[in-house]
Design a protein around this ligand. Structure first.
Ligand code: NAP
Ligand code: MN
Length: 269
């Protein structure tokens, strides 16, 4: 590690987080880090995020998927991204300096939306969700790798990364995916499966390289609502959407003892 190391700290508004930031600053100074006021992707060695998983997702979007590795200190509820508890900060810094940690690379998912001949991209680390007008079904012709699969009718379609499989995807009855797998999970939101409409009612798993195409049945659709990691945007006159694994990723630091399934067990069971 170089002599002059730089860290960036992001803390959410919670009282606990603000209190913990003071200790983190002391730990970082003792470990030879100076703290940057503004994030600089070229020179930052370590990002410390203090808050819950939501705070982590906000940070990722605010910094537009930063290059520097991130350690999360959990003051939220679950802590799937936020690896350590506040009282483990000193232990983590000692291990980090000694090189005793794991780095987990997490890939995001992209959705490219075509409206009136223009293309727009949104990216989610947990998921992207396609919905229609509030209170209405959305009808989407779905294709995988260019071949037509079904016309989906229901509240919408969620495409989750393995890291996002324990979030919204799980509430919809989707499967929990080990983050060592590279795949996308397509999970329906309230699919209708009757003689009137035929939609898959379970999740579909797609390999990392494949693309999911979604074309509104009556394209262009006047209103399509896109959600990504708890953010949302409305798009108008949408002719098609394509969902794929993103080139964007984040590097999460984990304790040497990190084990995804132990985390799942302790948070869910
Ligand atoms: P929020 O509404 O406060 O988040 C809902 C919960 O999801 C929070 O408890 C959050 O943890 C947790 N969470 C976030 N990412 C997770 C992950 N990868 N695995 C397990 N739990 C996770 O909004 P937010 O905190 O900004 O989080 C945005 C996420 O909320 C979205 O990406 C989406 O997955 C999720 N969401 C879920 C539902 C649902 O389950 N019905 C509906 C909308 C959105 P913290 O408490 O630690 O922040
Ligand atoms: Mn939250």
């Amino acid at each position: 590690m170089k002599a002059d190391k730089k860290a960036f700290i992001k803390t959410n508004y919670m009282e606990d987080s603000i209190r913990i930031e003071k200790d983190v600053r002391i730990e970082l100074a003792e470990a030879g880090f100076s703290v940057m006021d503004e994030y600089d992707d070229k020179s930052c060695d370590l990002i410390v995020c203090i808050g819950g998983d939501g705070a982590f997702l906000n940070l990722i979007h605010e910094l537009d998927f930063p290059d520097a590795p991130i350690i999360g200190i959990n003051t939220g509820h679950l802590g799937f991204f936020q690896e350590i508890e506040p009282e483990q900060t000193h232990e983590f810094m000692t291990n980090y300096i000694a090189g005793n940690y794991q780095e987990q690379s997490i890939s995001a998912v992209d959705i490219v939306i075509t409206c009136g001949g223009r293309k727009y991209r949104e990216t989610g680390l947990n998921e992207v969700v396609v919905k229609g007008t509030v209170g209405c079904n959305v009808h989407l012709n779905m294709s995988i790798g260019g071949s037509f699969i079904e016309t989906f009718t229901g509240d919408g379609i969620l495409v989750s990364t393995p890291a996002g499989s324990t979030a919204y995807n799980y509430s919809l009855g989707g499967s929990i995916v080990d983050p060592r797998l590279r795949l996308l999970q397509v999970t329906p939101l309230a699919p209708i499966n009757t003689v009137a409409y035929r939609s898959f009612t379970s999740s579909l798993m797609l390999p990392a390289g494949s693309a999911l195409g979604l074309v509104p049945e009556h394209a262009p659709a006047p209103d399509i609502h896109i959600e990504f990691d708890g953010f949302s945007k409305d798009y108008h006159n949408v002719s098609e959407m394509k969902v794929k694994l993103s080139r964007k990723c984040v590097k999460l630091l984990r304790l040497e003892t990190y084990d995804f399934w132990s985390k799942v067990k302790s948070k869910f069971l």
